[in-house]
Unconditional design. Structure first.
Ligand SMILES: [Zn+2]
Length: 508
């Protein structure tokens, strides 16, 4: 018996030792090839990647097809939606003889829309630049790039962190394993989406169409930022998201504010009051039943939250605000609740072109984040019911003259598409292998987080494919994703490759 135990423990240590050696091989392959990996990344970032730009978004997909073919990934193809204007999914596969399990690696190659005028001096969303730090702090733009580059430096471009870094981390991890002569323990599939930032409108259709090709034991979603403490994290779910656009009406033509002020109601004021009625002074949403259908966190999930280091005070200083919106609630507690955010308000002009007018309308976009238990259509309806309760006439169209004369407060409400929140159970045994694999790449304890504050199209994976998923973020938390000056810290990019490789080498 003792002898058997000895043999078993030797066997285990041999496996562990081999894995450590394997990871060292990956690490040194990556270090030797940083210049070429970086140059491929830059070529990819130069291709504009807003999904609505139908010509350029396809160039991104073509770039990936070439990149994957050059690495002899098999079965590389575009998974198309019925409408050919929809950005395709770029797919590829690695079939391992004798392997029974399959893991699909997901990232998206499209990015949020851009406004180049808002980017810092010398930066442009589609002209990637290397900067020796944060551009709004001590960083300066580097005109020449010599390797090895300081890994605290950052690359600025749309998609640098969200999520072309994810695509490249996955593909370079694969290349590093192959070129290092290591064996894959399970089948791998690659799935790179091109419409994520537009709400993954056709993902459901694509998953359904290619259902048999997309069977797997697990999806690894490489997207989002690491924890604010810099620690690596494995995230088990993401919040859902839904939008509403509210347009409040004033006079049919802009009116002189002197001749008509006090007499003609101002739509900006009406909209402001309406929005203000949606939250109390403690940041709680006052809309009826807003929090009612939330499924509470499990005991394991609550415990996991306790293990996450508190970064709130530090973050407040960095972000630049004094007090949290929800009185006394930590960041982690807050993102485990549904939220109501105003994305923006638009009306007449300010600044050099301001005029003394009563504007004709005021528009706000509301962004509802959802947690497990919420249904996005139901959540939108709660907001609409609240608006009606405030005495508004709600319409989906431009109001007619008759409607204008019979209703003092008119709002046009447009419902955007939405996604529900999803979460993989923290008690699912498969997660333990992934946690162990990522743990091998860092000395700090890997954090296990029940949900990401942001949203991902997880509902489609669960609904169509009944899939299991885990989210492995790699980007620095201060990456400005979705905004101007998006960037990735090089260390996060390099470590992202190591992390993806460790997962590709894990044994279930
Ligand atoms: Zn993303």
């Amino acid at each position: 018996m003792r002898c058997l135990i000895l043999v078993i423990s030797l066997l285990f240590s041999a496996i562990a030792f081999a894995q450590t050696q394997d990871l060292e091989k990956i690490h040194s392959y990556r270090e030797k090839n940083e210049a070429s990996i970086y140059s491929d990344f830059i070529s990819f970032l130069k291709i504009p990647n807003v999904a609505t730009d139908t010509v350029n978004i396809r160039k991104n997909a073509e770039f990936l097809v070439q990149f994957m073919n050059a690495r002899r990934i098999s079965d590389v193809q575009l998974l198309e939606a019925d409408d050919k204007n929809v950005p395709p999914v770029v797919y590829g596969a690695i079939k391992v003889p004798g392997a029974t399990e399959t893991v699909i690696f997901y990232a998206h190659y499209d990015g949020q829309p851009v406004n180049p005028a808002l980017w810092a001096n010398g930066l442009h969303p589609f002209q990637p630049q290397l900067v020796s730090g944060r551009i709004d702090e001590e960083g300066s733009i580097q005109t020449s790039v010599n390797f090895p580059v300081n890994d605290n430096w950052r690359t600025y471009a749309r998609g640098a962190s969200d999520d072309k870094a994810g695509v490249m981390a996955i593909l370079n991890a694969f290349t590093a394993i192959k070129e290092s002569g290591l064996k894959f323990p399970y089948n791998i599939k690659f799935f790179f989406e091109g419409e994520e930032e537009q709400g993954s409108t056709h993902l459901h259709q694509i998953l359904d169409k290619y259902r048999s090709q997309l069977q797997s034991d697990l999806w690894i979603i490489c997207d989002g930022p690491v924890h604010q403490s810099g620690r690596k994290q494995i995230v088990f779910g993401a919040r859902g998201d839904a939008h509403l656009t509210l347009k409040v009406y004033g006079p049919k033509n802009p009116l002189h504010s002197g001749h008509y002020g006090n007499w003609v109601p101002n739509p900006v004021m009406i909209l402001s009051k309406l929005l203000a009625s949606m939250k109390d002074d403690n940041g709680r949403v006052t809309i009826k039943d807003f929090y009612n259908d939330v499924i509470p966190l499990s005991a394991t999930e609550k415990q996991a939250l306790k293990n996450i280091p508190a970064v709130d005070e530090d973050l407040k200083k960095k972000i630049g605000f004094a007090k949290e919106e929800m009185n006394g609630k930590s960041l982690m507690e807050s993102i485990n609740l549904p939220s109501l955010n105003i994305n923006g308000i638009e009306s007449s002009n300010v600044g050099t072109i301001q005029a003394n007018v009563i504007p004709i309308s005021a528009t706000a976009v509301i962004d509802l984040r959802l947690v497990l238990g919420n249904d996005w259509k139901r959540q939108q309806q709660k907001v609409i019911d609240h608006i009606i309760k405030q005495g508004f006439y709600v319409t989906e169209n431009e109001p007619t003259d008759e409607e204008r004369s019979s209703h003092p407060k008119i709002v046009q409400v447009k419902r955007g598409m939405g996604d529900n929140a999803e979460r993989t159970s923290m008690d699912w045994p498969g997660a333990k292998s992934v946690v162990a694999a990522v743990q091998q790449t860092t000395k700090d304890r890997v954090l296990q987080v029940p949900t990401l504050g942001g949203s991902l199209p997880l509902e489609d994976f669960v609904k169509v494919l009944n899939a299991k998923f885990l989210i492995i973020p790699i980007a620095n938390y201060d990456n400005n994703q979705h905004a101007e000056n998006e960037n990735i810290k090089l260390r996060n990019f390099w470590e992202g490759i190591d992390m993806m490789a460790a997962i590709m080498l894990m044994k279930f």
